[in-house]
Design a protein. Structure first.
Length: 25
């Protein structure tokens, strides 16, 4: 079972990674 907190943290990591990738362009 994935804890809600862990799911939100994973989403934050994905968002931060997406922002980092977009900034490289």
């Amino acid at each position: 079972r994935i804890d809600i907190g862990q799911a939100e943290a994973a989403d934050d990591v994905k968002v931060n990674h997406a922002l980092a990738v977009s900034k490289k362009k």
